[in-house]
Design a protein around this ligand. Structure first.
Ligand code: HEC
Length: 139
C-alpha cells in the first residue's frame, strides 16, 4: 500500500490549487446570489402569478364573518387575496395545507400562522363558499 502511494504522481504545481480555489469562489458566489434572490422573492408577492386579483375584503362572500376576517388576516400576505370560489370544497383542504406549509417554512416569515382552531374555521368558510364541484353541478 505504502509503496503504491509512493509511486503515485506527485501533486502538480501550485497552479492546480489556484484553479480549484477559483472554482470554489465561483460556486460560493452563485450560492450567495441564489440566497439573495430567494430572500428578495420572499418579501415580494411570490404567489401572485397563481392567484388572480380583484378580490377585496369587501367583495368576499359573508364579508362580516369570522372566516372572511381570517382569510384577510392570513391569506393576503404572499399574494392577492384568494377568493373561496377558486377551488371546490373537495380541493380546499389540500390547498390550505399547502399554504400553511408555505407559511411555516419561510425562514423570514412575517405571515402569522392561523391556530388549529382558526384553520378549521377558515376551512369551513372556504368550503361553504367554494366553487360548486363537478358532481354537484352535473345534471
Ligand atoms: C407564506 C406565504 C403564503 C401564505 C401566507 C399563503 N399563501 Fe397561498 N400561495 C403561496 C405561494 C408561494 C403560492 C404559489 C405556489 C403554490 O401554489 O403552492 C400560493 C398559491 C395559492 C393559490 C393558487 C394555487 C392553487 O392551488 O390554486 C391559492 C388559491 C392560495 N395560495 C390560497 C391561499 C390561502 C387560502 C391562504 C390563507 C390560508 C394562503 N394562500 C396563504 C404562498 C402563500
Amino acid at each position: 500500500m505504502a509503496d503504491e502511494r509512493a509511486q503515485a504522481p506527485a501533486p502538480g504545481p501550485n497552479n492546480k490549487g489556484k484553479f480549484l480555489v477559483l472554482i470554489f469562489l465561483g460556486l460560493l458566489l452563485s450560492a450567495l446570489s441564489a440566497l439573495v434572490a430567494l430572500i428578495g422573492l420572499e418579501s415580494g408577492p411570490v404567489g401572485n402569478a397563481f392567484v388572480p386579483g380583484g378580490t377585496t375584503p369587501e367583495n368576499l362572500p359573508e364579508p362580516e364573518s369570522e372566516g372572511a376576517r381570517l382569510l384577510v388576516r392570513h391569506c393576503g400576505g404572499c399574494h392577492n387575496l384568494p377568493s373561496p370560489k377558486l377551488h371546490t370544497a373537495e380541493a380546499w383542504p389540500y390547498v390550505l395545507d399547502r399554504m400553511v406549509a408555505h407559511a411555516r417554512t419561510q425562514v423570514f416569515s412575517r405571515h402569522p400562522l392561523p391556530s388549529e382552531e382558526n384553520q378549521r374555521l377558515l376551512l369551513d368558510y372556504l368550503r361553504r363558499n367554494a366553487k360548486p364541484s363537478a358532481a354537484a353541478t352535473a345534471p
